[in-house]
Write a protein that binds this ligand. Sequence first.
Ligand code: PEP
Ligand code: MN
Length: 340
Amino acid sequence: MILRLRSDADPHERDRLVTVLRDYGLEVTVLTRGGDTVIGLNGHALPDAFADDLAGLPIVESVLRPTKPYRLAARSVRPEGTVVQVGSVRIGDREPVIIAGPCTVESREQVIRTAEAVREAGGSLLRGGAFKPRTSPYSFQGLGERGLELLAEARERTGLPVVTEVLDSEQVELVAQYADMLQIGSRNMMNFALLRKVALTGKPVLLKRGFAATVEEWLLAAEYLLAAGNDQVVLCERGVRGFETATRFMLDLNAVPLVRQLSHLPIVVDPSHGTGLRELVPAMSLAAIAAGTHGLMLEVHVQPDAALVDGRQSIDPATLADLVRRVRAIRAVLEEAVTV
Ligand code: PEP
Ligand code: MN
């Protein structure tokens, strides 16, 4: 059950209500954003009469009984949508956000040059992996903490906030010291211990879709973050496994309007992993914008053919700059299409 409180609810009254609900034996999650408070209740079957009593309290605006297995992530909880703030960047607002950078931090020169190119192209966030989830244990696993230091240096030089992946529960504190946003990768979407630990840092989270996960499973993974009290969650569609072998994954653009309908959380699209082929990245980026994505996550390398990881799907800085220009053009047309 979910309670939405009135925007003028007195914080003392709210705290009293939370105490009473906890004393009643319920697990209580409180999410506050601006003046808006949502309380999630989990516990034994709650009788209708109890819901009616709660609905009658002066500070309660409405009582929702979600019909889907995810509750706090459901659209009805925050019909106006959630805006996730990373530094001064707002994800989930009107303008799509460009998150770009190398797949993997390889060297100081590589990450600084790429970050500068991302900023010049009009990107808003710098991505880059320091700890890499590689299918083979013999592949390059990333620079680790040195990679985090280089990302922090790139942030200092460019002003771009940094998003980077945390692979393991034991790394959460270390990565959180450097990152502005923590990425949970596709292979870890269902690592529930990691989800809980990442949520508790209070940092914004980029939650990639497991490549064999349904949209419902993905939203339930997001629910773990929300139920731990962190509503700063951005979903990232990055392609799922299908029968096609000509592309690396199948980019599921259905997920964009679907997730926007089902959940209040912002969704971004990663056409780099979704296609695996750099020549497909611009077209699928524009398609994602037309489908209503709140942003794009793009792999960029100053010398894609020399990249240590994912070079085949990485675009170069000139392609990024051209793509950002075309994203803006498509946005302007869409704006016109909906306002005319
Ligand atoms: C990445 O973003 O570099 C990455 C490893 O992505 P995914 O978890 O989607 O494979
Ligand atoms: Mn990659």
